[in-house]
Design a binder for this molecule. Structure first.
Ligand SMILES: Nc1ncnc2c1ncn2[C@@H]1O[C@H](COP(=O)(O)OP(=O)(O)OP(=O)(O)O)[C@@H](O)[C@H]1O
Length: 274
């Protein structure tokens, strides 16, 4: 069986700063992973390594069965869809593009359409827009969309090239409850119908929907736990990860976190000073 992601003894050091330390992590076929951790715990650095934009100081990395160092990264990246709220950086470039052109541009990994678009491309984009419930936005430009609509257009763009791995870096950031649940219901549909492996980064454990199977907990660049979500999402491990006494309860097959009620400002100050 091919590994979707394999990291062996991976460390990332920049200057005298250890950003990731001894990461050993495997994502196998049919597993859908969530990465959780505090700000600065190393989540984005892991994604940058997976997409080949950052090279580890030490260790071995394979993605979709291709070993880094030998793999053709531009070719490999075509099989990886990436959605990040950081794409809003390109907002100026995207703003006058139409929804359908942004979705189609995912095939060429460009912002803007500079290559020949075939009828099949247009058909695929139409299907994706229907699938993502954004077909009514056809013809609209990006700058006229709500945040939730923009996020869905970017997901459509990432799916256009039929990626084997779909990475979503905090896709619900800045969205209201309704728009967030809309994105989560699309995640479910994507996992069930798009034949890709999802790697989902979030700060909120309540976003771990039933279809997400595995969780990686990161703290200060090191793995606290990685494995099946039922085994990983324990109060002890979450409390260690978030440096607070966390309580977990499961509702509608989703985990929810709360803080033990007797936590005082002294505990918070202690956690913040770490
Ligand atoms: N090139 C770099 N040089 C020095 N430090 C870096 C570099 N890249 C990241 N860091 C530091 O490494 C740590 C991990 O950063 P990273 O962005 O991976 O965390 P994160 O978990 O994604 O955080 P957030 O949830 O805030 O996005 C941070 O403290 C960051 O400042």
């Amino acid at each position: 069986m091919k590994h979707i992601i394999s990291m062996k003894n991976v460390s990332l050091i920049r200057g005298n700063r250890v950003i990731l330390k001894d990461i050993n992590w495997e994502v196998k076929e049919k597993e859908q992973w969530v990465i959780l951790g505090l700000n600065g715990s190393g989540k984005t650095s892991i994604l940058n390594i997976v997409t080949g934009y950052q090279y580890p100081t030490k260790g071995e990395v394979s993605v979709l069965g291709k070993k880094f160092g030998q793999a053709n990264l531009p070719e490999l990246r075509k099989q990886i869809g990436f959605v990040s709220s950081a794409l809003d950086r390109f907002h100026q470039t995207l703003r006058s593009e139409t929804v359908e052109d942004i979705v189609i541009s995912g095939k060429f990994a460009t912002i803007g359409l500079y290559e020949n678009v075939t009828n099949e491309d247009r058909e695929r984009a139409e299907q994706l827009m229907t699938f993502l419930r954004i077909d009514h936005l056809k013809g609209k430009t990006y700058d006229t969309l709500s945040q939730g609509e923009r996020r869905k257009v970017l997901i459509g763009r990432a799916l256009m090239a039929e990626p084997e791995l779909l990475i979503l870096d905090e896709p619900s950031i800045g969205l209201d409850l309704l728009a967030r649940e809309d994105i989560l219901s699309l995640m479910k549909e994507i996992i069930l119908h798009q034949q890709c492996h999802v790697l989902y980064v979030t700060h909120y454990i309540g976003e771990i929907i039933e279809e997400m199977t595995h969780v990686l907990l990161l703290k200060e660049g090191q793995i606290v736990a990685a494995g099946r979500k039922e085994d990983v999402l324990t109060e002890e491990r979450l409390s260690e990860t978030f440096q607070l006494p966390v309580k977990v309860h499961w509702e509608n097959n989703r985990p929810w976190a709360s803080i033990h009620k007797n936590i005082g400002s002294a505990t918070l100050a202690k956690a913040e000073s770490k």
